[in-house]
Design a binder for this molecule. Structure first.
Ligand SMILES: N[C@@H](CCC(=O)N[C@@H](CS)C(=O)NCC(=O)O)C(=O)O
Length: 220
C-alpha cells in the first residue's frame, strides 16, 4: 500500500501551506515515496481520534506502522531512507539531534511568538508578554545562526530530515525578524527552493477541496 497521510480538507486561508502534514509530505517527496492523503474535516473528527488522540493532523499509516506526531513520522521515514539521514550511527545521531532541536529548542519559543502574532493577536496580554517572547526567539535564532555558520544545511553539505523540520519551524518567523539573521534567512530560502518542498506545498494546497464547518464564524 502507499503511505497514507492525514490532512485537512479545509482550513482558513491564513493556515493554508502551514498545516503540519506538510512536513511529512515533504519528507515523502525527498525520499521519492508515493503517498495518498486522507482528508479530514475540522468538524468530523470522532472516528479520526482513534488514529490521532488529539484530533490533529498529521497521522500516518504505512505497511509497517500507524503513527501520529509529525516529528516521529519524519524520523520514521528518515530511518528508512538515506536521502533523509545518513546510515552510520554518528550521522543518525546528528540528524536525530537536529530533529529534536527543531521541535523543542526552536519550535517552543517560535510557537509562542505565533500565539502572540496570529492566534491571540490583539489581546492585551500579548503586548505584556512580547518583550520576553521576542527576546527568547531572538536568542535562539542567534545561537542557531552561529552554529549554522557558512554550512549549506544543518549537517553540512547534505540536506536531511533535520532540515525539513527546522525549515518548517523557521517559516513561522515573521520576515522582518528573520532578516536580522541573514545566514538563517539564506538557509531557509535554500531549503524552500528544493523541488520536494514545492511538490509538498502544492499537494497540500490542492487538497483543500472542502468547505468550512457549518456555522463557522472564524476567519475564512
Ligand atoms: N505536535 C503535533 C501538532 C500537530 C498540530 O498542531 N496540528 C494542527 C495543524 S498544524 C492541528 O491539527 N490543529 C487542530 C487542533 O489542535 O485541534 C505534530 O507535530 O504532529
Amino acid at each position: 500500500m502507499n503511505a497514507l497521510v492525514s490532512a485537512y480538507a479545509w482550513v482558513p486561508g491564513i493556515a493554508r501551506g502551514h498545516v503540519r502534514d506538510l512536513r511529512v509530505r515533504w519528507a515523502l517527496e525527498e525520499a521519492d515515496m508515493p503517498y495518498e492523503a486522507e482528508l479530514i474535516r475540522l468538524d468530523d473528527k470522532t472516528a479520526y481520534r482513534a488514529k490521532q488522540p488529539f484530533g490533529q493532523v498529521p497521522a500516518y499509516v504505512d505497511d509497517e506502522v500507524e503513527m501520529f506526531e509529525s516529528g516521529a513520522i519524519v524520523l520514521h521515514l528518515a530511518e528508512r531512507h538515506e536521502a533523509l539521514m545518513p546510515r552510520d550511527a554518528a550521522g543518525r545521531a546528528r540528524v536525530q539531534t537536529w530533529i529534536f532541536c527543531a521541535l523543542n529548542t526552536m519550535e517552543t519559543p517560535i510557537a509562542m511568538l505565533a500565539e502572540l502574532n496570529i492566534f491571540c493577536a490583539g489581546q492585551a496580554w500579548t503586548e505584556e508578554a512580547r518583550p520576553r517572547v521576542e527576546g527568547w526567539v531572538r536568542m535562539r535564532l542567534g545561537e542557531l545562526e552561529t552554529r549554522l555558520g557558512d554550512k549549506a544545511y544543518l549537517d553540512g553539505d547534505a540536506f536531511t530530515a533535520g532540515d525539513i523540520l527546522m525549515a518548517d519551524v523557521l517559516r513561522m518567523i515573521p520576515e522582518p525578524m528573520l532578516a536580522e539573521y541573514p545566514k538563517l534567512a539564506a538557509y531557509l530560502a535554500r531549503c524552500l527552493a528544493r523541488p520536494g518542498f514545492k511538490k509538498a506545498l502544492d499537494a497540500q494546497m490542492a487538497d483543500f477541496t472542502g468547505s468550512p464547518p457549518a456555522g463557522w464564524t472564524g476567519p475564512q
